[in-house]
Design a protein around this ligand. Structure first.
Ligand SMILES: C[S@@+](CC[C@H](N)C(=O)[O-])C[C@H]1O[C@@H](n2cnc3c(N)ncnc32)[C@H](O)[C@@H]1O
Length: 367
């Protein structure tokens, strides 16, 4: 059996997934997997699985840019840059209020959904229904299993990934995506657009297409999904309720000199494309820029402060990549294109006894 068929079954059938969790060896044996495939699954390393999976891919799904010496899947599309420029201006639609969400249950108009990071297993039931019922589906996904799943759910599904042109500004691709979404909407009256993760998190074309759809008289809505940040919270066991949590895009964090609070947790997205505005996988220049980030953070945390490079696996059998390193080693870390950098709080909270008293907190007795 092909590994991708087994993964497809894991992602889409809760029975297959439940059986695998109960008795993994028996489930894999019954599925007819080879011993290499079983070993790779049991080892739980996403990079080994990715190698096997990409060798099995049909041509139409295999990325032309794929370099098999890279052990992880090709980078998921990065579609939110905060750096502005002449093209950024042309992307903005006419000024319009975001407006209240349109009836969530309605099929007409534009519906934007997310698959979560593990398409199928992390996709909400309502998002799945929207994908199935849409007259036309467009998608931008980061792994081949989610892609196959969406295509199976709705045969009209069309990838927007070809709109990324190597060497071009990423905003050019976003603009082309918004155009494609709007023209499908004009044609069919109802479109579902599927992004990985949460569709509203770092997703320029999702926001822009909703605004433009409304300006053009269509209903439009977004349904929430499970983001990479949600996976990080679960996998690293952090709780925003304890010290707070700040979330920024890495490049914009640096260039805008964000006024952040080192006593709260800090999430930096898109650290794997630090300083990149062009679509140029595998974005090799990023590594040379990492010292800029580490020395900037060192000013606030010190060189020994432990940070975490995190990558959630799209496959339910693989462990997330979690690399804990001192800030001083950031430039040497194993960087995955779709990594998040998590900087834990420095523990120096400024306690205000007067405010605690005013709030009636009985802190002096330690209770
Ligand atoms: C354009 S954003 C898309 C985020 C997505 N909409 C979400 O809700 O997670 C891409 C960035 O998300 C983060 N990301 C995407 N996939 C990830 C994963 N599997 N694990 C960790 N971070 C991920 C990385 O920082 C990456 O550069």
């Amino acid at each position: 059996m092909k590994l991708r068929d087994f993964f497809y079954a894991l992602a889409t059938s809760t029975e297959v997934y439940a059986r695998f969790r109960r008795e993994p060896e028996a489930a894999m044996k019954d599925a007819g997997l080879s011993s290499d495939q079983c070993e790779a699954i049991l080892a739980g390393r996403e990079e080994n699985l990715s190698q096997l999976l990409f060798h099995e891919l049909p041509d139409h799904l295999a990325s032309k840019d794929l370099d098999l010496t890279i052990t992880l899947p090709p980078p998921p599309p990065q579609y939110d840059v905060v750096v502005s420029g002449p093209i950024a201006k042309s992307v903005s639609p006419p000024a319009t209020a975001w407006g209240e969400p349109d009836s969530l249950w309605k099929r007409s108009g534009l519906t934007i959904v997310g698959t979560g990071i593990r398409g199928g297993l992390q996709t909400t039931a309502e998002a799945r229904v929207c994908i199935v019922q849409a007259t036309k589906v467009l998608y931008l996904l980061a792994d081949p299993i989610s892609e196959t799943w969406v295509q199976e759910l709705n045969p009209t599904a069309e990838s927007m990934a070809p709109l990324y042109l190597k060497g071009k500004h990423r905003l050019v691709a976003y603009e082309a995506m918004v155009d494609r979404i709007l023209s499908c909407l004009q044609e069919s009256g109802d479109v579902c657009v599927v992004f990985y993760g949460h569709p509203g998190v770092f997703s320029n074309p999702a926001r822009e297409s909703i605004k433009r759809a409304r300006v053009n008289g269509f209903e439009a809505r977004m349904l929430p999904g499970i983001s990479a940040e949600d996976n990080l919270i679960a996998d690293l066991g952090i709780d925003p309720g304890q010290s707070g949590l700040q979330s920024y895009e890495a490049t914009s964090f640096l260039v805008n000199k964000i006024n952040f609070d080192p006593s709260a947790g800090l999430i930096l997205w898109q650290v794997g494309v630090l300083g990149e505005v062009l679509w140029n996988p595998p974005h090799l220049a990023v590594r040379e820029r990492l010292p800029l980030l580490s020395s900037y953070l060192t000013e606030y945390y010190g060189a020994d402060h432990e940070v975490v490079l995190y990558h959630a696996s799209p496959y339910p059998t693989s462990q997330p990549e979690i690399e804990r390193i001192p800030l001083s080693d950031l430039a040497k870390a194993k960087l995955v294109f779709s990594s998040i950098l998590y900087v834990p709080p420095n523990g120096r909270v400024k306690f205000d006894p007067d405010m605690a008293d005013k709030l009636g907190l009985n802190w002096r007795s330690g209770r």
